[in-house]
Design a protein around this ligand. Structure first.
Ligand code: 13P
Length: 249
């Protein structure tokens, strides 16, 4: 049985003070939530304080991105060991906003995923098609290429340690959620790709999250699908009450 994960991606929101306040408010709302793993991804500046605030609770702290080198002359970058040092347990990698605004490629996603694994972080690797790709009937091809180019080089052992988030780009921040059936179709495809490359057990164990306008009022329908193992939540993760009601779906 796969354990669900509900993760909040804060993107470019919240100061250190707001982060600590959020975590203090969230803790009592989810302390009895034993049915899933819970993660929050604040901006880099707030990670260390977030980790201290979450220490001893059931809330994991995630980076939103990382750079694949451990250290060096790479102005502005943050490495996987630095995230681990700040108290992170996981890291979002290859979010569509990184691909769209910061020119991230599948090859970069691959290097970042490997760096996260080497530092002991759980990568949450994002894949998803744009509206134009979906309308052109290209969704399956796009997902397959993202999967193959960023994940096929992992070892089976490492593949067991990753999580994949399917985030259709057209559903992010638009209020336009994929229907559970649409999401499931792609989740099934991802599980099939995992089986072909990494085997039946790795595919069975793989947790695949859905992301894109997940809200308290649509989480139940999504989580009712056997192939949806959780959610990566943007806007609705910014308020403790709404994030907690998603966690406690
Ligand atoms: P929204 O939930 O705001 O659509 O964002 C989804 C997302 O990008 C999570 O990573």
């Amino acid at each position: 049985m796969r354990r669900p994960i509900i993760a909040g991606n804060w993107k470019l929101y919240k100061t250190v003070r707001e982060t600590v306040q959020f975590i203090e408010q969230l803790k009592p709302l989810v302390q009895e939530s034993k049915h899933c793993d819970i993660a929050i991804a604040p901006p880099f500046t707030a990670l260390a304080r977030a980790a201290s605030a979450a220490a001893g609770s059931n809330i994991w702290i995630a980076g939103q991105d990382l750079f694949w080198e451990k250290e060096g002359a790479f102005t502005g970058e943050v490495s996987a060991p630095m995230l681990a040092d700040a108290g992170c347990q996981c890291c979002i990698i290859g979010h569509s906003e990184r691909r769209q605004y910061f020119s991230e490629t599948n090859d970069m996603v691959k290097r970042k995923t490997q760096a996260a694994l080497a530092a002991g972080l759980m990568p949450i690797v994002c894949v998803g098609e744009t509206l134009a790709e979906r309308e052109a009937g290209d969704t399956n091809r796009v997902i397959r290429i993202q999967f193959e180019e960023s994940l096929n080089d992992l070892t089976v052992q490492d593949f067991f340690r990753i999580v994949i988030a399917y985030e259709p780009v057209w559903a992010i921040g638009t209020g336009r959620t994929a229907t559970p059936e649409m999401a499931v179709e792609v989740h099934k495809q991802i599980r099939q790709l995992a089986q072909q490359r990494f085997g039946a057990e790795a595919s069975r164990e793989l947790r695949i999250l859905y992301g894109g306008s997940v809200k308290p009022d649509n989480i139940k329908g999504l989580m009712a699908q056997v192939d949806i193992d959780g959610a990566l939540v943007g806007g609705a993760s910014l308020k403790p009450d709404s994030f907690a009601s998603i966690v406690n779906f």
